[in-house]
Ligand binder design. Structure first.
Ligand code: COI
Length: 356
């Protein structure tokens, strides 16, 4: 699909100093419209970043038909701008849209639009270590109607934000609250999708965790409140007795791109991997007995985040003396080395967008 370009007269000043996460936006954004009665996707355009007009009856505002993705563009030392496994995001976006009764964004439109926008905004891809350009594709129901039904019109948009570390702690270990009251997902629900509603429903527990001095929530399964699933903004892995444990992606857990990449890396390093249900009682017992060696989260935004403490029903488990574990550090170095082009990519995960 052709993408129309509308330029702006004055470009923004680039931020100086620490970027944080999701605080700054680039000069342009991508928009395409979908209308069932106009043959689907049309009017793809890159336009100046700014407010959009919406009908007050837009269905997303009432029934939350909204999905999104997250990936990053990296500036390599040898002068390239590259993406990391964008086809995985395209596939997951399609799966999310199917579950929310939303039309698919074809992979060539999804990746093509990202590449075009990143090319236009390549000067916004940061050069400092640990910084990248976060890419946020999203789609929502724009049909003006108040009856409940799958909408017939949508907008697919992409915005870009130069970012540093997701957590204020940076690469230092985070404290995680194991939530035993609220649940995130149940079998048959939308847990495996990236839809805004999953995150809206998680905020109450997130506030509760913060009130207790914890950074994020570790969710338990929605049926028994017994098995560990994922953390608010990342999948979670545990090194117990030299073996990796992480929840299976059977419908209630987000199939993370970083999760999948790390599982391939740890397998290649020879670690046995259990994509199995792990009871929180067994996890806390492993911590008590000194068998829980390391814990870390994996995510596009969070990258690899060491977990230094878990709190479950008032019991606190400090992991690896609240220090980043050896394996956690090795995985961080390997993954970010591939993403920033500093180490060889034996998996073919990176995709060059343009010369920097
Ligand atoms: C990501 O890791 O890209 C996410 O979307 C997580 C979070 C910022 C919602």
């Amino acid at each position: 699909m052709d993408i129309r370009f509308e330029s702006r007269e004055v470009l923004k000043d680039k931020p100086q100093g620490a970027l944080g996460f999701g605080k700054y936006y680039t000069d342009y954004m991508f928009i395409a419209d979908y209308d069932k009665d106009q043959g689907g996707w049309h009017d793809a355009r890159i336009v100046p970043f700014g407010p959009i007009e919406m009908d007050p009856a837009s269905m997303v505002l009432h029934y939350a038909q909204e999905t999104f993705e997250g990936l990053k563009a990296y500036r390599t030392k040898d002068g390239k701008i590259q993406l990391f496994r964008p086809e995985k995001n395209a596939q997951r976006f399609a799966n999310s849209n199917a579950r929310l009764s939303m039309p698919a964004v074809p992979e060539d439109l999804f990746i093509g639009a990202i590449e075009e926008l990143v090319k236009v905004e390549k000067d916004w891809v940061p050069a400092k270590e640990g910084e990248s350009l976060y890419i946020r594709p999203y789609m929502f129901a724009s049909e003006a109607a108040v009856g409940v039904h799958p909408a017939v019109s949508y907008k697919f948009m992409i915005i870009l934000s130069p970012v540093g570390a997701y957590y204020p702690e940076g690469m230092a270990p985070v404290k995680i609250w194991v939530e035993d009251e609220y649940v995130r997902a149940a079998p048959g629900g939308t847990g495996f999708t990236k839809c805004g509603g999953n995150y809206a429903g998680s905020l109450k527990a997130q506030e509760k965790a913060e009130e207790h001095g914890y950074t994020q929530v570790l969710w338990l399964d929605g049926v028994h409140r017994k098995y560990v699933e994922e953390v608010g903004s990342m999948n979670v892995m545990f090194l117990i007795d030299g073996e990796i444990w992480t929840a299976p992606t059977e419908g209630t857990v987000l199939p993370g791109v970083t999760r999948d990449s790390i599982l391939q890396i740890v397998r290649s390093l020879g670690y046995p991997v259990h994509e199995e249900h792990l009871a929180v009682d067994d996890l806390m017992a492993a911590a008590r007995d000194g068998r829980l060696q390391e814990a870390f989260g994996t995510g596009t935004a969070a990258v690899i985040s060491p977990i230094g403490e878990l709190c479950y029903k008032g019991e606190k488990a400090v992991i690896n003396n609240f220090e980043t574990g050896k394996l956690t550090q090795q995985l961080y170095d390997t993954l970010t080395g591939i993403q920033w082009g500093d180490v060889e990519d034996p998996y073919g995960w990176t995709r060059t967008v343009c010369e920097a």
